[in-house]
Design a binder for this molecule. Structure first.
Ligand SMILES: Nc1nc2c(c(=O)[nH]1)N[C@H]1C(S)=C(S)[C@@H](COP(=O)(O)OP(=O)(O)OC[C@H]3O[C@@H](n4cnc5c(=O)[nH]c(N)nc54)[C@H](O)[C@@H]3O)O[C@H]1N2
Ligand SMILES: Nc1nc2c(c(=O)[nH]1)N[C@H]1C(S)=C(S)[C@@H](COP(=O)(O)OP(=O)(O)OC[C@H]3O[C@@H](n4cnc5c(=O)[nH]c(N)nc54)[C@H](O)[C@@H]3O)O[C@H]1N2
Ligand code: SF4
Ligand SMILES: [Mo]
Length: 906
């Protein structure tokens, strides 16, 4: 048995994790008690990390290659795959110039991986065409910081949560997306009852439900709200005029602009009460220390930079920056989005917070790398990059650690680009992603917990990522693959010697040292860091220059900013609408965002059945009144359509949404739901400065679908393997979704619908794929008059497989029974009878709210109805007593039940 200290590979909170392994397998994970971020805690995703570590067919285990587009990929050796890639890249560069190739990388790479890719693109291939999925995520935050504070550096830190008098959360749902930070916010509130929590979000999320004030603004109207708050601050003498005079510039213009933003005027634009805006500004201004936390609700907008700037204006006007408890702290999404920004692996950035448009900066980096010059022509940003591929301008694209055929907006065009490209290389850890389907070369990457390197979290904290296991199969570390390819490419570009020198790394430590050297003398100087010291002293915040004893918890305490004048700049922001407003044809505004227990395209979280139990299947949420208007009911099937595409899925009423809005989780791609996934609908309009796309809003219409024929297939056993077998079948039904369920026993669940019974051959194929066709052990009930068929497979006295067609009302009950290995006797009577619904009074357990202790919504609701509050629930059912991720939801269930009871009494 051994233990390895590392960092969680999910969100930018950056929790410390201890991985327990026996050398071949990970046997468990626990929070690192010594880590300054999480002090031993993990959220529901982090706590289940061990369930996602596999060395089986769920991983890409060896390189695969096809030399012709029409051919099937077949297994290849590393030499063959990388030589072929280098031939193709070199040919494109020779024939069409260096900008005919591109690299699309990821905020989930380690800093060392990122560094090598950047050097490969700019230092060797000679193109600035390197961008990262952070373009979809943090680029508006980067642009906002640079425009106002002069550098891309979050000035505050997590310890400010405990010291703030007001926490202002705008466009973020940390209860789901940064849960351990939310635990810290809950604890801070419990310790300090005067701490005010304000949440700005069109939806009533679990984060919003726990706030002292929830401003449910109309999507896209944050700037009007922030301007109105500034108006109130100025009018009431809550601005810090001394700070403004001494440390800022550009105040007069914004002061004049916000005069027009009286709370009443903004209230009409934002759709919230003027008093609430007034109250928010007073709490913020009188708090002593206001801390803003913000994320994609601000960033993923066609005016995302403006959103960021208008929020930072509030901090500059009140001097709430650079002091304990105060500051604009942009939450980073991915675990190492910050590392990518440091090494400059984005089209618009250069290493060490340099600017690729600045000739002096390019010359500095060229000298550090020992190359004659760096390319001058601006590189393409993510959306533009795929556009250029689609137009045939970029011939060869290298995609590492991101899944653009799921996560980029306007999927139809992304797919066209991937089809059109002459060469697509995909460097992936997990098998079967939407993007891998387009790969000419698929390269197996090592992933957490097999990787060794560093990552930087939201509060500028650099920490060591340690490897607990060797990579499975032929998988290799991302930096190692990139460096190997670089040497082969160099040989083909008559730069063999340069390439050998540039990429002569023996391991990640050497790369890190080089990265540190590149930051010397820059605002983020980490010249004083090394692996040895990070291991000895734990993770450190930057800047950490040579000779430093500790890093900087906060920036700008002296009021000096890294701008030309040394002053921070107010942004004079004009209002701009969302790119695609709802209209008569598409009257609903679609919001997208995260689920608590899933991560992005679910290549990792989708492997652990218990991470499905909180939200088992793709659901579109709509306001009850919009549903009523369209004659929709809970669980019914709908078609949702935008100008770009459509999806079929089930709908669910949600009182968290205002009329006119709909919500879809971002996670569902074409592997789990028929079609091109949620981003079939979204639009690719981008912020003109940050080039970040507007994922959060697009206009849609929803209509009722009549697909009365239903199918549910359930199978125990190697659920992951069955899942992979079923995925190709999704396209064959008008509606189909597949997923996992269960806790100790894992099940695969396929749900499908059609207008009428499909070709019997399709059902026979399904039976075969799920190995339900063993007649000797099957129980079959047929009612052909009503079109109902049940087929159950029995092993060792328990149902292990089921195919229900025509009538599926008992599916949830059956599924829970199968997951619990319910004795056959209870199922048999139903299975062999003309019963459509489950036997008397039985039903499924419903959604699981507490993942750790496996407590379902229905069980909690029943206990609340019997009078239990949060403490009693924790005592009796034990829900919410382990990782705490479900506590906001349970607290909310208790409150809303209390309100209902009160209404009943009234
Ligand atoms: N469970 C989980 N956690 C994650 C991730 C994950 O996939 N799963 N991904 C990580 C990553 S990469 C990221 S970037 C972060 C994202 O973290 P967050 O940004 O906190 O999460 P989202 O759900 O994308 O969006 C936040 C909220 O923005 C709101 N919103 C939409 N439009 C507007 C608007 O116009 N104004 C305002 N004020 N709010 C609006 C949405 O209703 C939503 O509740 O999460 C990270 N953490
Ligand atoms: N509609 C909508 N779309 C969105 C968003 C939204 O809010 N709404 N959010 C956007 C945001 S903020 C983000 S960050 C993106 C995320 O979008 P993606 O980057 O596409 O998300 P992931 O699914 O995390 O993709 C990472 C891929 O890398 C693989 N992988 C894991 N570890 C490793 C490794 O170590 N090496 C390699 N080579 N591969 C590895 C995983 O299996 C996975 O396929 O989605 C964006 N898309
Ligand atoms: S909050 Fe959860 S997902 Fe984020 S780093 Fe911590 S354990 Fe991982
Ligand atoms: Mo993100």
């Amino acid at each position: 048995m051994s233990e390895t200290k590392t960092i969680c590979c999910y969100c930018g909170t950056g929790c410390g994790v201890i991985v327990e392994s026996d050398g071949a397998r990970v046997t468990g994970v626990r929070g690192d008690p010594d880590h300054p971020v999480n002090a031993g805690r993990l959220c529901s995703k982090g706590a289940n990390l061990h369930l996602t570590v596999r060395a089986d067919a769920s991983r890409v285990l060896r390189p695969e290659l096809r030399r012709e587009r029409q051919a099937e990929r077949r297994p290849a050796g590393w030499d063959e795959a990388l030589d072929f890639a280098a031939d193709k890249f070199a040919a494109a560069i020779r024939e069409h110039g260096p900008d005919s190739v591109a690299f699309y990388v990821s905020g989930q790479l380690l800093t060392e991986d990122y560094y090598v890719f950047n050097k490969l693109a700019r230092g060797l291939a000679g193109t600035n065409n390197i961008d990262s999925n952070s373009r979809l995520c943090m680029s508006s935050a980067v642009a906002g910081y640079k425009a106002t504070l002069g550098a891309d550096a979050p000035p505050a830190c997590y310890d400010d949560i405990e010291q703030a008098g007001c926490i202002f959360i705008a466009g973020a749902n940390p209860a789901f997306a940064h849960p351990i930070l939310f635990r810290r916010i809950e604890a801070a509130k419990a310790a300090n009852p005067t701490l005010k929590l304000i949440v700005v979000d069109p939806r009533r999320t679990d984060t919003a439900a726990g706030a002292d004030l929830h401003l449910a603004i109309r999507p896209g109207t944050d700037v009007a709200l922030f301007h109105a708050m500034l108006h109130v601050l100025l009018r009431n003498g809550l601005a810090d005029r001394t700070f403004i005079r001494a440390h800022t510039e550009g105040f007069a213009a914004i002061e004049a602009t916000v005069r027009a933003f009286a709370p009443e005027a903004a209230a009409a634009l934002c759709g919230v009460a003027a008093e609430d805006i007034e109250r928010a500004a007073h709490w913020f201004g009188r708090s002593g220390a206001a801390l803003s936390l913000y994320c994609q609700g601000l960033n993923q907008s066609s005016h995302g930079t403006d959103n960021n700037t208008a929020l930072i204006n509030l901090h500059l006007a009140t001097g709430m920056i650079g002091k304990p408890g105060a500051g604009p702290l942009s939450l980073t999404g991915q675990p190492n989005a910050m590392g990518g920004r440091e090494v400059g692996a984005m089209a618009t950035l250069l290493g060490g917070h340099r600017d690729p448009a600045d000739p002096a900066h390019r010359a500095e980096l060229a000298e550090l790398w020992g190359v004659p010059a760096l390319p001058e022509k601006p590189g393409r940003t993510a959306v533009e990059m795929f556009e250029a591929v689609r137009r045939g301008e970029i011939k060869a694209i290298w995609i590492a650690c991101t899944n653009p055929a799921q996560s980029l907006p306007h999927q139809q065009q992304v797919r066209e680009a991937l089809e059109q490209a002459e060469l697509v290389v995909v460097q992936e850890a997990f098998a079967g992603t939407e993007t891998a389907a387009y790969a000419d070369i698929l390269l197996p990457a090592a992933t957490w917990p097999e990787k060794d390197g560093t990552m930087t979290n939201s509060e500028r904290r650099v920490g060591r990522v340690g490897a607990a296991l060797p990579p499975p199969g032929a998988a290799r570390a991302d930096w190692d693959i990139a460096a190997d390819f670089a040497r082969r490419l160099g040989a083909r570009l008559d730069k063999a010697e340069i390439a050998e020198r540039l990429f002569a790394y023996a391991g990640p430590e050497q790369i890190f040292a080089e990265h540190c050297a590149v930051t010397r003398g820059r605002d983020l100087d980490i010249g004083g860091l090394s692996y040895a010291q990070l291991e000895e002293k734990g993770p450190q915040q930057w800047p950490f220059p040579p000779g430093a004893e500790t890093g900087a918890a906060r920036l700008y305490a002296d009021g000096e900013f890294p701008t030309a004048s040394g002053r921070a700049a107010f942004g004079d922001i004009a209002l701009r609408p969302v790119a695609e407003a709802a209209d008569a044809r598409y009257p609903l505004s679609l919001l997208t965002g995260r689920l608590r227990d899933q991560w992005h395209g679910m290549s990792r979280t989708g492997l652990a059945a218990r991470l499905w139990n909180h939200a088992e299947a793709p659901r579109l949420e709509m306001s009850p009144s919009d549903m009523q208007q369209r004659g929709l009911s809970d669980g019914g099937l709908v078609r949702i359509e935008s100008r770009r595409g459509a999806l079929t899925l089930t709908v669910q009423a949600s009182s968290d949404l205002l009329p006119g809005q709909a919500f879809l989780p971002m996670h569902w791609g074409g592997r789990f739901l028929k079609g091109l996934g949620v981003n079939a609908l979204t639009l690719d309009a981008c912020d003109p400065q940050s080039r970040q796309p507007e994922f959060k809003h697009c206009a849609v219409e929803v209509e009722k679908l009549d697909l009365p024929w239903r199918l549910v297939a359930l199978r125990r056993g190697d659920a992951g393997a069955y899942l992979r077998r079923l995925q190709p079948l999704l396209a064959r039904f008008p509606f189909a979704a597949v997923g996992l369920a269960g806790v100790e026993t894992e099940l695969v669940v396929l749900r499908a619908a059609a207008a009428e019974a499909p070709d019997p051959a399709l059902l026979a194929e399904l039976e075969e794929l799920l190995e339900l066709d063993d007649d000797a052990n099957a129980m079959v009930y047929l009612d052909s008059r009503r079109g109902i068929a049940k087929r159950l497979l029995v092993e060792d006295g328990a149902v292990v497989g089921a195919l229900l067609t025509g009538e599926t009302a008992a599916a949830e009950w059956l599924k829970d029974g199968m997951a619990r290995s319910q004795p056959l006797a209870e199922t048999r009577a139903w299975a062999l009878a003309p019963l459509a619904a489950p036997p008397d009074g039985k039903s499924g357990r419903g959604r699981v709210v507490c993942n750790c202790l496996n407590v379902a919504e229905k069980e909690i609701v029943a206990a609340i109805a019997a009078g239990a509050g949060l403490a009693a629930l924790q005592e009796k059912l034990k829900c919410g007593t382990q990782c705490g991720s479900c506590v906001p939801e349970i607290r909310r269930m208790v409150t809303s039940n209390g309100q209902q009871a009160a209404m009943g009494r009234g």
